[in-house]
Ligand binder design. Sequence first.
Ligand SMILES: Cc1cc2nc3c(=O)[nH]c(=O)nc-3n(C[C@H](O)[C@H](O)[C@H](O)COP(=O)(O)O)c2cc1C
Length: 176
Amino acid sequence: MKIESKPTTGIIPCPVILLSVEGSPQPNIITLSWVANVCSDPPSVAVGIRSQRHSHALVKEAGNFVLNVPSSEHLEAAKTCGTKSGRDIDKFAECGFHAVASSRISSPMIAECPINLECEVREIVSPGVHDLFIAEVVAFHMDEDVTENGQFDPQKMQAFTYLPLSGQYWSLGKRM
Ligand SMILES: Cc1cc2nc3c(=O)[nH]c(=O)nc-3n(C[C@H](O)[C@H](O)[C@H](O)COP(=O)(O)O)c2cc1C
């Protein structure tokens, strides 16, 4: 028997992404789970950011951002960047992260995250409380540590996921 509940998207397992964006006096980081692949050519993503977030204004102003994929060792940093605002603290300093220059855009990457996607905003769509920033991936970086013979090796990544409805983080298990 099925149980019908209030409509929600929170049951869908989500990525945990650290979006970094340029800002003054310092760049900012926001944890995001409303992140999706939306197109292969040009390679494009969509990220949903609530309009009241500090990062929302920064992304709108910069017109670009970096999606940094953390590994399990960055869980505490993901919680910090997902609960504190860049209006109040310097999240790079708070998390012990280092900002390094991107190759194609003005927003910096997080050096400590093994994967970084440089993105340029192409379109903003407003379905409701979140604005969707649709952006093209213009450069892609991967730490050698998460590769084997030059290819991405998921086992070396220690990726994790977020289940919004339960508010829990889960590491990814074995290959199926
Ligand atoms: C796991 C996780 C996922 C989140 N996903 C989103 C999201 O997709 N969109 C959003 O607007 N806020 C999301 N948040 C909340 C923001 O990260 C949080 O409000 C943050 O403190 C905003 O920072 P800022 O004010 O510096 O922009 C998420 C928080 C957590 C912990």
